[in-house]
Design a protein around this ligand. Sequence first.
Ligand code: SF4
Ligand code: SF4
Length: 389
Amino acid sequence: MNERTLIQPDTEFINYLKKNGGDTLKECYQCATCSVVCSLSPQHEAFPRKEMIAAGWGQKDKLISDPDVWLCHGCTDCSTYCPRGAKPADVLGAVRSYIIEFFAFPRFMGRIVKKPAYLIPLLLVPFIILFLFLYNNFDGNFSQLNEGTVRFSRFLPHIIVEAFFIGGNILIFIFAAIGLFRFWKNLNTITPVAKKQSFLGVLFATISEILTHKNFNTCSENPSRFWGHLLIFYGFLGAMLTAGLAVGALVLYDLSPIPLFHPIKILGNLSGIALVIGCIVVAVHRFRTKSEKGSNTYNDWVLILFVFLVAVTGLLTQTLRLLETPFLAYNTYFVHMVFIFFLLWYAPYSKLAHMFYRTLAMVYLKMNGRDKKAAIFLNMLILTFLIRW
Ligand code: SF4
Ligand code: SF4
């Protein structure tokens, strides 16, 4: 009797993908158009076609160990050209979302951060912690803040902000590192990483590639998405750098508030403006493509919304301080801090975690000698042939 291996579809996994933007996964009939149009598809791996087969069959274990899933940056070229109306870009987005949830530490955080029902309770955590601290600091008498010049260090002493910021970040870093370690270990169970190159050397090369955003720029259908993502990416880096420099300026030179035309303040303001414009560009792009290509999940929108809110409240806080309106300035600053902690504390479980998982997967692929340039050339050749034919 012939022995055959039967595939056992993981129906729970299929349902998860369907609920998280991958509802078209069963439409695929394996024509491979998506692999042809995808400029990032590797030469010998029909990406994202093979991921569409695995998703359709509910092969969870295969997909969570598939680093190619992270090559995709969601340009939606494949969804545009799919003759069946399947949306590989969204199916891959749902797989990435599952991976972050699957490896999250603690696991329950991975689940609740993605559920709209938990948005308010999650926001209430930093709100209550900061409010209790303030209440204690002012003995419940907030009216005293309406007097004198606006000084945020009076409202929330820097030592407290830094304790929340640094302490929270260390904890989050540990939790994120546990998730990433599990992810890396799982990648290595299928094909152990080649030891020919040093991890740090490849990591450096990968970060350089990410900084130039060159993969984003290969997309043919949605160039505005590239600019939106670029502005958000550099706006975010600039904002983080500003926060670090501001702490340094305070500790070393007791510089607070930082003057408006000081380089640190200029960097902060430019970063804030970049974030606002980037979020608007991405949001407009998503609204415009909503019905045709992108599913626009809750996770996508929450990240864009809160990055936007952090930037807007940050710029507004500064303006209100300069206008000397204590009531509005302090309240806006409080809301700004709540939004910042909401973004940072839940980063290992939200869409922000993509940047860490994607970086690690890219390192893994590079260490295993993935040659992408040849694939791009091959795909362009096939596409040219198809168009002319
Ligand atoms: S183009 Fe569409 S139908 Fe063809 S393999 Fe890709 S997802 Fe499937
Ligand atoms: S969304 Fe873009 S990068 Fe991702 S698989 Fe489709 S074509 Fe490739």
